[in-house]
Ligand binder design. Structure first.
Ligand SMILES: [Cu+2]
Length: 228
């Protein structure tokens, strides 16, 4: 996966109709989002009836340093690109807040083309920049201010604040609407996946990304075990 992304930065409209607001948990970190092709997908182009999709449920097994990392920080888990298929980004914005001198959430998987809403919930000046290529994204703002950006290319974008070196977030820009972040136990679930064979990738900031094949059946649950 390329470690780059194109960002178009624009001032957002007032927060009145925002899907998420400063201080709140992000509304959508799990697919699929709404959209013409964001939901269940059939190979003939139509949408399968309810119950015709499956679930991928997984967890992490093992000990040592990697297992500790998985408990400390979330993992982004996502279905890799399906050849010949693209998906419309969700109408709803994804949210990345800065609160108590941290980015919230720290790991944010999104579908390519998704608009990310950046907010500042602290009464200090924060900065948001793409540490891999600040020319793509670099702004500072104060409490209550909002910016939005659209991420058009797949890859991991490392976001940092110029004023507080401990602040970091990872936007994991992926090519399907089927993704999730792991919980404190390292468990995850991705539902409404159409039947088929896919590659499932696990991304963590401290562990080399790995992937494994998964087979999804209608109405079924596929178990995916990641051993870091
Ligand atoms: Cu800051």
């Amino acid at each position: 996966m390329r470690n780059r992304s194109v960002l178009l930065l624009v001032l957002s409209l007032p927060a009145v109709l925002a899907a998420c607001s400063p201080g709140e948990e992000p509304a959508a970190t799990e697919g699929p989002p709404p959209g013409r092709e964001g939901g269940p997908l059939a190979r003939d182009g139509g949408e399968p009836p309810a119950g015709a999709t499956g679930t991928i449920r997984g967890r992490f097994e093992g000990d040592g340093e990697a297992a500790l990392y998985v408990r400390l920080r979330p993992v982004a888990v996502y279905v890799e690109k399906v050849e010949g298929k693209t998906f419309e980004p969700p109408a709803e914005e994804a949210c990345l807040d800065q609160k108590d001198y941290e980015f919230v959430p720290r790991v944010l998987p999104i579908l390519v083309g998704t608009t990310v809403r950046f907010t500042n919930s602290d009464d200090v000046r924060h900065n948001v920049h793409d540490s891999g290529d600040p020319s793509r994204l670099d702004f500072s703002f104060r409490l209550g201010e909002v910016r939005t950006g659209i991420f058009e290319e797949p890859g991991v974008v490392t976001i940092r604040c110029r004023y507080h070196s401990q602040m970091v977030a990872y936007l994991v820009v992926v090519e399907t609407p089927w993704f999730a972040t792991s919980d404190e136990e390292g468990a995850f679930e991705i539902d409404r996946v159409p039947p088929g064979n896919y590659r499932l990738t696990f991304w963590h900031e401290k562990i080399p990304a790995t992937s494994l094949p998964v087979h999804v059946e209608a109405g079924g649950t596929t178990e995916a075990i990641f051993r870091p």
